[in-house]
Ligand binder design. Structure first.
Ligand code: AMP
Length: 185
């Protein structure tokens, strides 16, 4: 059966780096809604135009812009063998939508990986990264949105027995090794 993995964790927790590496190791697609939205902005599409203001403010873009995008992406042929979701779901409504979608397409989530990193380390990392939405006000708002809307997903997936939390404040290779052990027993 297809291997389904979700990366949780605050912005700057290192989840993007780990998600890309693990997707490569497992030879399954890395699906980042943030990357898809940034691409839409770069292409000047309607979706990009609608999403940009929210992203600049560090808010979540409305669910109706995201849900169809994910449904379409998970329906691609390359996602048949599995997928790693990075940045989706971001709130409980998205998680419920995903669970229903996965039932319909005969997939399931195996693990939800949560990288734990202290707030001060996150702010330091994001300021160093220098992406368009990495200024201090937006970062502060993204952390708030994370705490209020995304962090509750830990309890949601804990209840499903799928949550795997690990210390994200260690060298990239050490985290990658733990993850490989988890997913390739
Ligand atoms: P990321 O690259 O995952 O940090 O996402 C960057 C920005 O894109 C976020 O701050 C949100 O504005 C938007 N975004 C990405 N994924 C989602 C999602 N699943 N739901 C709503 N907004 C999202």
């Amino acid at each position: 059966m297809a291997k389904g993995l979700i990366f949780l964790g605050a912005p700057g927790s290192g989840k993007g780096t780990q998600a890309v590496g693990l997707a490569d190791t497992l030879a399954i697609p890395h699906i980042s809604t943030g990357d898809m939205l940034r691409q839409a902005i770069a292409d000047g599409t309607g979706l990009g135009n609608q999403a940009k203001g929210y992203m600049d403010r560090g808010e979540l873009v409305p669910d109706q812009l995201i849900l169809g995008l994910i449904e379409e992406r998970l329906g691609h042929k390359d996602a048949k063998a599995g997928w790693i979701l990075d940045g989706f779901p971001r709130n409980v409504n998205q998680a419920i939508f995903l669970d229903e979608l996965l039932v319909n397409i005969g997939h399931r989530t195996h693990w939800v990986i949560n990288l734990k990193v202290p707030d001060e380390v996150i702010v330091e990392r994001l300021l160093a990264r220098g992406r368009a939405d990495d200024n201090e006000a937006t970062i502060r708002n993204r952390l708030l949105v994370y705490t209020e809307q995304t962090a509750p997903l830990m309890a949601y997936y804990q209840e499903q027995g799928k949550l795997y939390s690990l210390d994200g404040n260690q060298p990239v290779e050490a985290i990658a090794a733990s993850l490989e052990k988890l997913v390739k027993p």
